[in-house]
Design a protein around this ligand. Structure first.
Ligand code: MG
Length: 393
């Protein structure tokens, strides 16, 4: 089998709002086609114009080859060796960041092809099943025209998520710092106020996580607020400090606030997760499958986290294609208690709701079944793709 074409799609929701802290408003989709009629799909959480350029830019020397050029004519059925070739061939421009995210989308599509060609769900090519079912947590980010409106809506959404069957939910309390959401600009006490109100509304059983979206640049301030949450039973706090502040993350870990620190959504490659877990002392690794470099690299991150006795909880803020990839990973990852999940009923993202057909769905018991369809098990909804596709400039 040979790769005949690599197509990139740039998607953008018509009513996207640049002041909203949600990357689900755009889409970078890759389709890899072969001479045997099997095609694969993948995506990454990266600015789609940048992702497309990373794939399509022609190479100019041995240290900076073009991804698309390296892929055309190659055998798609060994994604791990193609990953190595793409990583090494693009290293002077890549190694981290956008080029790795683009490789991630390609790698996801290659694993889709490999599963389809073998007639098995992709996870069967990645490892042994490590669990009987997958537990998604509802990731909740309501619109924020004001604090009062956001506070009330996130309580209501968490109660609705619980009624849908979710055993866990994450509150996106983007109240402070450079990535505040909508009209929010709130003192830290309001985070505690919202968590307490949600906890009172859903009772003691539901697992609650909190994403503060890089709110703090001061370890003592972060530790003070996290200590205020004791008694609210918060499973983890996500990205409390800036992404590259490994020393700060380690100090916050040592401050022993009683709340696990989760991070890693923006990182690329296993090398950055080495740093996050060993130097940043993060308690929970959150690889985003596209961004980290695809299923090939996400499996390696799961292995290195498990070797340190730490769980992964994959980040996921995109469409059903990423959901399909995450359930493959979660099936084989040794320690993966949850995957992130945007409930179709509780997200503003039309791309999440409509771009894929056959998306793994929540069952009433709060779990997702292990995948059984060949490949990733999802297909593109062509009408939605056309509706949001930005035509080639
Ligand atoms: Mg996050």
């Amino acid at each position: 089998m040979k790769i005949t074409d690599v197509e990139c799609h740039v998607l953008l929701e018509h009513d996207f709002n640049v002041s909203a802290t949600s990357s689900a408003q755009d889409g970078f989709i890759v389709e890899v086609h072969t001479d045997e009629g099997i095609s694969g799909i993948g995506e990454a959480d990266v600015n789609p114009w940048i992702g497309r350029a990373c794939v399509e830019a022609p190479g100019t020397h041995t240290m900076g080859l073009g991804l698309r050029e390296m892929l055309i004519g190659a055998d798609p059925l060994d994604p791990r060796s193609l990953w190595e070739r793409l990583y090494v061939g693009s290293a002077m421009n890549g190694r981290r960041g956008a080029v790795i995210h683009a490789i991630g989308a390609v790698d996801m599509a290659l694993w889709d092809i490999a599963g389809k060609a073998a007639g098995v769900p992709t996870w069967q090519l990645l490892g042994e099943p490590a669990r009987a079912a997958i537990v998604p947590y509802a990731s909740l980010l309501p619109p924020a025209p004001s604090y009062a409106a956001f506070h009330e809506t996130i309580i209501e959404w968490t109660v609705r998520a619980q009624a849908l069957g979710f055993r866990a939910a994450k509150l996106e309390l983007l109240y402070s710092g450079p990535y505040r959401h909508g009209a929010l600009d709130e003192p830290d006490e309001r985070m505690t106020e919202t968590i307490a109100a949600v906890r009172a509304a859903v009772g003691p059983e539901m697992t609650l996580m909190v994403d503060v979206g890089y709110a703090w640049d001061d370890v003592d301030r972060a530790a003070r607020t996290l200590r205020d949450w004791s008694g609210l039973n918060v499973f983890f706090v996500e990205t409390p400090l800036r992404s590259d502040d490994m020393a700060g993350l380690a100090r916050l870990h040592e401050a022993d606030t009683g709340i696990r620190i989760a991070a890693g959504e923006w990182l690329s490659t296993r090398y950055e997760f080495h740093e996050l877990l060993d130097h940043g002392k993060a308690d929970v690794a959150q690889p985003d499958i596209g961004r980290v470099g695809g299923l090939t690299e996400a499996v390696r991150v799961a292995e290195l986290a498990a070797a340190r006795g730490k769980p992964i909880v994959p980040h996921l803020w995109k469409t059903g294609i990423s959901v399909a990839a995450a359930v493959q990973l979660a099936t084989v990852a040794a320690d993966c208690p949850f995957i992130e999940f945007l409930p179709e009923q509780l997200t503003e993202s039309a791309l999440r709701r409509h771009l894929s057909i056959g998306t793994p769905a929540l069952r009433p018991d709060g779990t997702i079944a292990l995948p059984t369809k060949a490949g990733l098990g999802v297909e593109l909804d062509r009408a939605t793709l056309e509706r949001f596709r930005i035509a080639e400039a």
